[in-house]
Design a protein around this ligand. Structure first.
Ligand SMILES: Nc1ncnc2c1ncn2[C@@H]1O[C@H](COP(=O)(O)OP(=O)(O)OP(=O)(O)O)[C@@H](O)[C@H]1O
Ligand SMILES: [Mg+2]
Length: 238
């Protein structure tokens, strides 16, 4: 990896659900101001990795450093307030709340409950959300819900954004838009992104640095230009 400051560093991480161990000494580093992408088949532990970083799954062993602070096993609201925004797989938009109210839920992650990126600024990034400000979350399309979930994570001004398969089940045109916004956040706001993704074309378009995960471990890593996907054919979902 380039000699860049590391914002997140995951060292020898182990996590399990009951007796079943999912993360087996996972290692990962996210350099500041990059999009770092984790790819891998269904069920290898990608979501578990993000949940463990967020404090939603217990760390059994290992450390998770945000800057130089070990956040392993902090309660998840403290991790959010330390500057990590989380866009979960499946988006988790509250269907009976309006777009505006869903966005406001993101303020929970702000230490003083104030917006660090204003609602107006989020509407500039995602104009459709402004138009649908009063519409119920449950009445949005998948792509619009995804934009709302990203907006909700941004409002507290995170320095690191975790996104879990943001293109799952959404139209290609909206996926491209979301990719462009991620690049913009990195380049204009200095936000760092840890992306979990299965769609290679989308991932190549936005990624600086790749990791490939299999059965709870990283089996390959490299920067976007030199990463060879061919040798991973057997591991890539089709
Ligand atoms: N709450 C849970 N309790 C028990 N096992 C779980 C739980 N959540 C996930 N698992 C199991 O842990 C393993 C890893 O799941 P995880 O969701 O992290 O995979 P993933 O790589 O995100 O998959 P996908 O690409 O389908 O989203 C799977 O075998 C899954 O069945
Ligand atoms: Mg997953």
């Amino acid at each position: 990896m380039m000699k860049k400051e590391v914002i997140l560093s995951v060292n020898k991480l182990q996590a399990s659900y009951g007796e079943s161990t999912i993360l087996w000494g996972t290692e990962l580093a996210v350099a500041k101001g990059t999009v770092t992408t984790v790819m891998g088949r269904n069920g290898v532990g990608k979501t578990t990795l993000l949940k463990t970083i967020m404090g939603l799954v217990k760390v059994k062993e290992g450390e998770i450093l945000l800057g130089d602070r070990n956040i392993a096993n902090l309660p998840s609201h403290k991790i959010a307030r330390a500057g990590i925004g989380y866009v979960p797989q499946g988006r988790e938009i509250l269907p009976k709340l309006s777009v505006h109210e869903n966005l406001k839920l993101g303020l929970e992650a702000s230490p003083d409950y104030k917006a660090k990126i204003s609602e107006e600024e989020i509407y500039t990034l995602f104009p459709i959300l402004k138009e649908f400000r009063k519409r119920l979350g449950g009445n949005l399309s998948g792509g619009q819900q995804q934009q709302l979930a990203i907006g909700r994570a941004l409002i507290s001004g995170p320095s690191l954004l975790l996104l879990d398969e943001p293109t799952e089940g959404i139209q290609p045109s909206i996926a491209i838009e979301i990719g462009n916004i991620l690049r913009k956040l990195v380049e204009e706001k200095g936000i760092s992104v840890l992306l979990v993704e299965q769609k290679i074309d989308f991932a190549k378009h936005v990624t600086d640095y790749f990791y490939f995960m299999d059965r709870g471990k990283m089996i390959k890593k490299g920067d976007a230009e030199s990463f060879d996907f061919n040798e991973l054919q057997d591991h890539i979902a089709v």
